[in-house]
Design a protein around this ligand. Structure first.
Ligand SMILES: [Zn+2]
Length: 197
C-alpha cells in the first residue's frame, strides 16, 4: 500500500519517515471543568491525519493511530493504577460516514490490554457543527448527550480532538450523573480555541 501522508510505498498506513516527521507525541494537557484532557498532538501539525475522518482513508489512518499511540498509552496507564475493570467510552460514535473514527480509536485503543471497549453508549442528540463557532455558540447549542452504558464504572473518555473542551465537558457531566468515574479524557489532537475544525 501507499503512505497516507507522502504517497510513497509503505507496508504501514503511515511510513516511518512521516511518523518521524509529523507524529511525535507531545502529550498536551488541558483542564476542562474538573476533567483532565490529554492529547497526543498539536492539531495544526497533524491536521491532515485528523481530517482523514472525513474520507474513507480515515478508517485505516485512525486504526493505525490508535494502535500506535492510544493502545500503548492505555496499557502503561493500567499498569500504573492496577484498578480494573476500566472501560473506554467514545464520544458520540457517529457512523453517518460509513464508519466512526472514534469507534476505531476505542476498538484499537483497547486491544492487547485489560481495558474494555464500550461502543455506542454515549450519543449526542444534537449534532450541530461546532467547526469555526465561538465558545458562546457551543454553550448555547449543547450536544444533549445520552448515556446508555453501565453505571458505576471507571472509564477513560475518547475523542479525536479537543478545541474549547465544551463537548468533553458536556459528556463528562452526563457520565458523572450515571456514576461513571472518568479518570481523564484522551484525544489525538489539541486545537486552540476558536479555530476551524
Ligand atoms: Zn510517508
Amino acid at each position: 500500500m501507499r503512505c497516507f501522508s507522502c504517497d510513497n510505498l509503505s507496508i504501514k498506513p503511515v511510513c516511518d519517515d512521516c511518523i518521524k516527521d509529523f507524529l511525535t507525541p507531545e502529550m498536551i494537557k488541558k483542564e476542562v471543568g474538573n476533567l483532565e484532557v490529554i492529547s497526543f498532538f498539536d492539531y495544526y501539525l497533524t491536521v491532515e491525519f485528523i481530517k482523514s475522518k472525513y474520507t474513507t482513508s480515515g478508517y485505516r489512518v485512525y486504526k493505525f493511530l490508535a494502535q500506535k499511540f492510544i493502545a500503548p498509552f492505555i496499557r502503561a496507564y493500567l499498569e500504573g493504577i492496577k484498578s480494573t475493570p476500566l472501560y473506554l467510552i467514545g464520544v458520540d460514535e457517529d457512523i453517518s460516514r460509513g464508519y466512526s473514527n472514534v469507534a476505531q480509536m476505542v476498538h484499537f485503543g483497547s486491544l492487547k490490554s485489560d481495558v474494555k471497549a464500550l461502543h455506542n453508549v454515549l450519543r449526542a442528540k444534537n449534532r450541530v457543527k461546532y467547526a469555526g463557532e465561538s465558545l458562546e455558540f457551543r454553550l448555547n447549542n449543547p450536544r444533549n448527550f445520552i448515556y446508555k452504558g453501565p453505571k458505576g464504572i471507571d472509564a477513560i473518555l475518547i475523542d479525536d480532538t479537543v478545541t474549547t473542551g465544551t463537548t468533553l465537558e458536556q459528556a463528562h457531566r452526563v457520565l458523572k450523573e450515571s456514576g461513571v468515574n472518568v479518570h481523564f479524557a484522551l484525544t489525538l489532537a489539541n486545537a486552540k480555541e476558536g479555530m476551524d475544525y
